[in-house]
Ligand binder design. Sequence first.
Ligand code: 6CS
Ligand code: FE
Length: 311
Amino acid sequence: MSARPQETRLDLYPSRRGAKPCSIERQDPVVHSAHRQGAPLPPQQICDYERNGFLILEQLFDARELELLQEEAAKLRAASGQIDATLAVAEPGDSSLRSVFHVHEISPLLRRIAHDARLVDLAEYILGDRVYVHQSRLNYKPGLSGKEFYWHSDFETWHVEDGMPRMRALSVSISLVENTALNGPLMLIPGSHRRYLSCVGETPEEHFRQSLRKQEYGVPDPEALTAFADDGGITAATGPAGTVALFDCNTMHGSNGNITPYPRSNLFIVYNSVSNTVEAPFGPTEPRPEFLAERSDFEHVKAISGPIRSV
Ligand code: 6CS
Ligand code: FE
């Protein structure tokens, strides 16, 4: 593999380079739109998102829409043997299905959801720009064997391994089943998005083959993580099926394993600003495949309004 020429770009968020972990102040806004008028969220919720780095919303989708989404996730799971093998990720040490990536490209219904005005308007407002889908996935967290997602900032990986320059992206997670304290719900650390934890360790080539099952590089050091939790506490995104968690690309998050007998599945859609498209990775490895980070089609999403009935 040919080495890339000596790096001359300014890197505001260096990571996996130094011998010691360190913490860097965020250099980017959290809410990129200046005006509160005409916003798709009440001012209090915008403040909450800005302060905490996430927002939990219930009842964005109606019962029929949720049913369609649940059926589609089950269909993809049942057909996972026929899906391009690179998109389907198995649990570590097990062959049960952990995640399916690029779902907005393989399912017309999930594409329709990714283009839904209720989500796109929120993303455009918070990111202050037109947006495109950087990544999408279904996380199944199967019953009995679903393993944890260790603490991480998505942005750290997207910057180092994919070349996302700035913090101007967010994730939408839609739960497909009720998330309780029991089944490994998404956990987030309020306020953690305001600092960037520069991690240690040299990324191996094709790190994604390992990291999507169990991440070991680009994870926070225990002291910094503990300080984050001491300061902000930990919030679990529990709630009925259909609960939406909207979170900043640098919010520290993770989830426990699921040893209940029932799966805990979520749909994730990542929106990035069209002014923040990925470049060469800021770390030394080759760019990850496009099913993890869109690199060729940066055309902005055109929001579609109205309820989703069938596609
Ligand atoms: O590596 C990634 O891009 C993915 N991994 C995690 C644990 N979260 C975000 C993203 O899907
Ligand atoms: Fe993540």
